[in-house]
Design a protein around this ligand. Sequence first.
Ligand code: SAM
Length: 376
Amino acid sequence: MSDIRLEINRSLQHKITSQIKQKGSISFAEFMQMALYEPGLGYYSAGLTKLGSSGDFVTAPEMGQLFARCHANCFAEVLPHLSEPIIVELGAGTGQFCVDVLQALDELSSLPERYAIFEVSADLKKVQQEKVAQLPSELSERVVWLDSPPTEFFEGIVFANEVLDALSVEVFQFKEGQFFRLMLIDEKGCLTERWDAFEPLLLTQLQQLDLQLSSGYRSEFIPHLSVWMDSVVGKLNKGLVLMVDYGYGRPAYYHPQRSTGTLVCYQRHQANFNPYQDVGLQDITAFVDFTAVAEAMNDAGLEVVGFTTQAEFLMANKIEQWLDPSGDYQRYFELVSEMKKLVMPDEMGDKFKAIAATKNLSIELTAFKNNRLQDL
Ligand SMILES: C[S@@+](CC[C@H](N)C(=O)[O-])C[C@H]1O[C@@H](n2cnc3c(N)ncnc32)[C@H](O)[C@@H]1O
């Protein structure tokens, strides 16, 4: 392990242990929050390469332009209905989606007034700013960074790709008719798991999921998801909220066969199931319960209008239109292989879903013509 990686790992472990000593114990969600977002040290906050082929995992916008171009087609259906529209992107990663979608919207003559990024990682914000600076000024001048989710009412689109899976989760176990919360304590210098009772607010959130579980069933949920959703979409006066991520509707998410949950870690393109190893150096993530997302959207005053697989979303947005077999064969081959990764069921096509909700907007989105709202 390089010196810098070792230093990040040691300092973060020390910080987590001090936090436990101070409080007696911390929940798994608090641990995950520190492991991913502790300023200067957490996985997303430190300056290590995270996304892309030289990092730990590759997201759809990092594979090429097809994902962003399809989204531009979808956004272009919405933007003309809005006045001075703003696209708000949450968690913009390297800024690749922003750059590609703005260029595609420019080609469609459908640019938003502003493109606002809300990013919690100071390191990624820097990466985004460098990438956006390479755009022609006519496009780069539209991009701004927010220090908080929007605080003023606006019309527009709120978009997030792979942000929900990066939110910290509580881990629970159902045993003899009761829910227990995963806590972490320090035992002789070792991070050790312990199961405690839930505090009332979280217990209510968990009970409202109305799950039928067998004893020993273990899984996750995002605490206070409605509060988070309201904080990011609460000022949307009119427009669309679109979130893409890996996950399932609730019946599949808490399926009896998924009895050990969905938590997974990534380092150098390898998956593992040990969140306590290489703290700060690996991504920790959980699949998304899209029914919970839909409920949070409803709570935030939105109307959920679409839920479908990434494959169907991209196909409906005519992903094949950029594949030209009569042109440069090498380029054609690259695009076909990019498209296969995005839409094939055994790659990202089925695992990833798109959920859409609107506010004060009545519109049929082509992207959701094969709607699967019944899966929520
Ligand atoms: C898995 S990366 C996805 C990045 C990018 N959207 C992409 O598709 O390449 C998760 C991103 O969400 C950001 N993030 C995590 N929690 C967030 C939050 N509460 N609000 C906004 N961004 C957040 C991370 O810093 C990171 O940029």
